[in-house]
Each structure stands twice: as structure tokens, then as C-alpha cells.
Design a protein around this ligand. Structure first.
Ligand SMILES: C[S@@+](CC[C@H](N)C(=O)[O-])C[C@H]1O[C@@H](n2cnc3c(N)ncnc32)[C@H](O)[C@@H]1O
Length: 234
């Protein structure tokens, strides 16, 4: 599978595909990213410049590219499809106040120094520029290439605020009971033979969906698998 194909499978996972054990989570994440794009980006009349900061295989480029004039992928030097590589000390080779939007999906938990990462995002954004960021609350260990942090709703809001942002949107994705089942599934996943993993996903993903549907959004906003926020540069 090429990097681009892997990105597409992440964007539109199939319950019978390679991302079956992440089926519900990835669908929910995509839907929330779509909601945020429609609410904060799609209706903007100016020509926007966006950086996908920690772009990986750029899974969300197809969702946001139609609404921006320029899409730039930023990542570690190891990523061959990034347009800009961050320096060894974590700096972005862009001047200050040059971007309208910074997109950061599932990166913050992987960065060595989250405060530095956020302050670089703040530096390159124009005043009132938007940071769209998602990162994990509860999730299993998943190095890419490292894995350092998990966030509580208040801890995440604190570190983003302290980097010079005003949070204008904040939602949790997948609440406690469903997330407990997701972690239970992932706990079993590596104990069973590979050929049985799709069967486990077929049993567990509907249960995860059922329990998440019984959770109020307000509860999810406090305690969740993933948080997504939009923050404005102050
Ligand atoms: C789990 S992947 C997420 C990739 C993509 N954003 C997505 O949603 O699929 C984490 C990404 O963060 C990148 N990364 C880790 N530390 C970083 C840093 N300090 N600055 C920028 N990117 C970083 C990794 O190289 C990797 O591509």
C-alpha cells in the first residue's frame, strides 16, 4: 500500500479493511474535521494559506484543499512527502504571520516538546489565524516515531491557551464507555492470531458505536478518546 493509499484508507476506513479496528474512531474524527472545516474555513472569502503541521501521509488534504489556495505539508525530516521539514530543534522554516490556518491532526501526543510545537504554530499564523488541532485523550501507545503524551480536556485547553490562542471550539470524540471497549478490543488484539483480528473488529466496533450513541456530547467534551479544537491566534 502506498502512502497515499494508506491516507485514503485512514480517511474512509472500511469495516472489512486494514483499519477495521479503528473503523468508528476514524469515521468520527473525519466527520468532526469536516464539521470544523465547514464552520470555520469553507465560507471564508479570502485566499487561504494552510499548513498541515505533522502531515504524515496527508489523509485530510482532500477535505480541506478545495477551500484553500495553498496547502503545505510540514513534518519531520523522515517524511518524504512533506513539503517542509522542521529543523532539529523543532523550528519551521517559515516567516512569522504568514499562514491563515494550521491543521494538526493526531500530532501533539507525538511531539517531544508540545509547548514549543504550539508556539511555532502561533508564530507562523497571522493574527486571528486558526489552529485546528486534534489529539488523543485515552488511546493505546502508538509511536510515530515517538509517543509521549495523553491529554485531559482541561490540560489540552491550558497548554493551547498558554501558547497564545483563544479556543473557539472544543469537542470530545468517543466517550468513556465506548472508549473502554476500544481499549479492551486493542488489549485483545495483540494476543490473538492476525487472521482473527478482523473478526474481533466485527464484534467490537458495533458495540463501541452502540455505547457511544448513548453518551451525551457534554460528557464527551470532558472525557474522550480524542479532542478536537479550533483556536484563534490572539
Ligand atoms: C500519528 S501521525 C499523524 C499524521 C497525520 N497528521 C494524520 O492525521 O494521519 C504523527 C505525525 O507527527 C509527526 N511529528 C512528530 N513530531 C513532530 C514535530 N515536532 N513537528 C512536526 N511533526 C511531528 C510525525 O512524523 C507523524 O507524521
Amino acid at each position: 500500500m502506498t502512502e497515499r493509499e494508506a491516507g485514503k484508507e485512514r480517511l474512509y476506513p472500511s469495516i472489512l479493511g486494514s483499519m477495521a479496528t479503528r473503523y468508528y474512531y476514524l469515521r468520527q474524527l473525519r466527520q468532526k474535521i469536516e464539521e470544523v472545516i465547514q464552520q470555520f474555513v469553507a465560507n471564508n472569502s479570502t485566499k487561504l494559506v494552510l499548513a498541515d503541521y505533522g502531515c504524515g501521509n496527508k489523509p485530510y488534504e482532500p477535505l480541506i484543499a478545495p477551500y484553500v489556495e495553498k496547502y503545505v505539508g510540514i513534518d519531520l525530516p523522515e517524511n518524504p512527502i512533506a513539503d517542509i521539514h522542521i529543523s532539529p530543534v523543532g523550528e519551521i522554516a517559515l516567516s512569522q504571520n504568514c499562514l491563515d490556518v494550521v491543521l494538526s491532526t493526531q500530532v501533539l501526543e507525538h511531539v517531544v516538546n508540545p509547548s514549543l510545537y504550539l508556539s511555532e504554530a502561533q508564530r507562523v499564523l497571522k493574527k486571528d489565524g486558526l489552529l485546528i488541532l486534534s489529539t488523543h485523550g485515552y488511546w493505546m501507545f502508538h509511536p510515530d516515531p515517538t509517543d509521549f503524551w495523553r491529554w485531559t480536556s482541561t490540560g489540552l485547553q491550558k497548554i493551547v491557551f498558554e501558547a497564545g490562542f483563544e479556543i473557539v471550539y472544543f469537542k470530545g470524540i468517543i466517550g468513556r464507555s465506548a472508549m473502554g471497549l476500544q481499549l479492551f478490543q486493542d488489549g485483545l488484539l495483540f494476543k490473538i492470531p492476525k487472521f482473527l483480528r478482523p473478526v474481533l473488529a466485527l464484534l467490537m466496533q458495533p458495540l463501541i458505536i452502540f455505547f457511544d450513541k448513548t453518551t451525551a456530547q457534554e460528557t464527551r467534551n470532558k472525557d474522550a478518546c480524542t479532542f478536537i479544537l479550533v483556536a484563534k491566534k490572539k
